[in-house]
Design a protein around this ligand. Structure first.
Ligand code: SF4
Length: 89
């Protein structure tokens, strides 16, 4: 799969990024921890990275996803608390 022309709006940066950026901007040169969430609709990113990455790196990348979902949930809760505090003020 030629991914060189793939571009997507990054929800973290708020600007367009090429897939090559997502492919290497994570911890220790791994893909971004959101790479599966951001690219699954564009192409089979799971199979692509499974073929591209060493087995242990692919496993590590998959393991980072649930932690991020928990983090996102915590951020939503924190935002709700702030909103509630502002409504009381
Ligand atoms: S994978 Fe990461 S860097 Fe790429 S668009 Fe998604 S959030 Fe942004």
């Amino acid at each position: 799969m030629d991914t060189s022309s793939l571009i997507k709006r990054c929800p973290r940066l708020g600007s367009d990024v090429p897939f090559s950026y997502c492919r290497g901007c994570g911890e220790k040169g791994l893909p971004c921890f959101k790479v599966f969430d951001c690219w699954w609709e564009t192409f089979d990113v799971v199979e692509y990275l499974k073929a591209e990455l060493p087995e242990q790196d692919f496993a590590r990348l998959r393991e980072t996803r649930p932690k991020e979902k928990v983090l996102s949930l915590l951020e939503i809760i924190e935002q709700a608390r702030k909103n509630a505090a502002q409504e009381k003020a």
